[in-house]
Design a protein around this ligand. Structure first.
Ligand code: NAD
Ligand code: MG
Length: 390
């Protein structure tokens, strides 16, 4: 029996993870499930999978969760401290699938248990990559990537020497607006940005796919996870989303991972690693697919990719600034306060200002310094947006 905990179990990655677990319930002992405001889903999953504990991130929902779990034997808890406590409960495998910087602290705590952390929460690596990797090393814990591109890279590297890697190419679908004329983008609505051509994901990452902020985060994630130089990482547009990433070796060979656009591929690989087991994902019919397309991303359309390069060049806490400013700008776009194209401007503004504040982003990376610059970056983003509005 594998003891498993799923952070963000009510979300898109979380539900796909539970789908795999529920197909072989005899193999898993579910320790904890965590969610946000969707108490009905959280409680139903905790009951059906016989979890020991269910946690909502929101203190005010504790009574609702207790009521929903009455008579089930599942413990209920709420709030930040409860999330950390859930992470501290011994588990063999923990899925980190909270969205945003909020995923960092529970993931760090889980690593301290020395077990395996399946990492969908790319924001952890972007905000505190060196800290996360060092914590894993110190506690003998393993991080397995769940982002489809990073799972693909990880798989292409099996049996290879990272020193023989020349370049890593991650693919991007281009998101909802890849074929829109540039001049239409400024007026893109929330509904338009929230629909992805190939993947069914949470709303925030779907919008980040349209703006390429998701790919920008993934470039940084690649650098932090695999330790390659920024110049070795390339992004290519691939509208079909079937080739997830390619690793280029010094002899010129490219190893590609090709598979259906179904996150259960990457989640299942991390769940069963180092074995490969049957997964309920579609098998590709290459003859029916016929053609795969690739093209270079247009830098004018996707400023987020350039910003990712700047973040990597600056290093230190620049990733935490970048991510927090992006989260805040995204909040404002979702709330209808700024336009689609304004998001990159806000992030660039905050990044430029905070990079020039002496000592700020060069401080040692700890949970406290990350929280500090994260908070500051959100405040600065609000200021930038107010200045623009006023
Ligand atoms: P989602 O919005 O569907 O789900 C997020 C989950 O986190 C929910 O359970 C929600 O309740 C919880 N949550 C949200 N804010 C929280 C907070 N402040 N504290 C505690 N819990 C909170 O998101 P998703 O699409 O499943 O993405 C989850 C993570 O996986 C993100 O980091 C995303 O970038 C990454 N990812 C997602 C996909 C995908 O296909 N959806 C693919 C690759 C990577
Ligand atoms: Mg991805």
């Amino acid at each position: 029996m594998k003891r498993v905990t799923v952070f963000g179990s009510t979300g898109s990655i979380g539900q796909n993870t539970l789908d795999l677990i529920a197909r072989a319930p005899q193999d898993y002992d579910v320790v904890a499930l965590t969610g946000g405001r969707n108490i009905t889903q959280l409680a139903a999953d905790a009951r059906r999978l016989g979890a020991q504990l269910a946690v909502t991130a929101h203190d005010d929902l504790l009574e609702d969760l207790r009521a929903a779990l009455a008579g089930s034997g599942v413990e209920a808890a709420a709030g930040q401290a409860a999330l950390i406590e859930a992470a501290a409960r011994p588990a063999d495998w923990t899925m980190s699938a909270i969205v945003g910087a909020a995923g960092l602290a529970p993931g760090m705590e889980a690593l301290k248990q020395g077990a395996t952390l399946a990492l969908a929460n790319k924001e952890s690596l972007v905000t505190a990559g060196p800290l996360l990797m060092a914590t894993a090393a110190r506690h003998g814990a393993r991080i397995l990537p769940v982002d489809s591109e990073h799972s693909a890279i990880f798989q292409a590297l099996v049996g290879e020497d990272i020193g023989a890697v020349e370049r890593i190419i991650i693919t991007a679908s281009g998101g909802a607006f890849r074929d829109w004329p540039l001049e239409r983008l400024a007026a893109a609505t929330l509904a338009e940005a929230s629909s992805h051509p190939n993947w069914d994901m949470g709303q925030r990452i779907t919008i980040d796919s349209a703006s390429m902020f998701n790919k920008a985060l993934e470039v940084i994630e690649t650098r932090e996870f695999f330790g390659v130089a920024p110049e070795q990482i390339e992004v290519i547009l691939h509208p079909e989303s079937l080739v997830h990433a390619l690793v280029g070796f010094r002899d010129g060979a490219l190893m590609a991972h090709v598979g259906a656009s179904d996150m259960r591929h990457a989640i299942g690989y991390a769940l069963h690693w180092p074995e490969r087991r049957d997964l309920p994902v579609a098998r590709l019919d290459l003859a029916a697919i016929g053609t795969l397309n690739f093209r270079a991303p247009d830098p004018a359309r996707y400023p987020a990719l350039r910003l990712a390069r700047e973040v990597m060049q600056r290093g230190g806490l620049a990733g935490a600034v970048f991510n927090a400013a992006k989260e805040r700008a995204l909040d404002a776009f979702i709330a209808g306060r700024i336009g689609f194209l304004d998001m990159a401007g806000v992030v660039e503004d905050v990044l430029t200002r905070m990079s020039s504040e002496s000592g700020l982003i060069d401080a040692e990376i700890t949970l406290d310094t990350v929280a500090h610059v994260d908070h500051l970056a959100r405040t600065r983003a609000d200021e930038a947006m107010q200045a623009k509005a006023g």
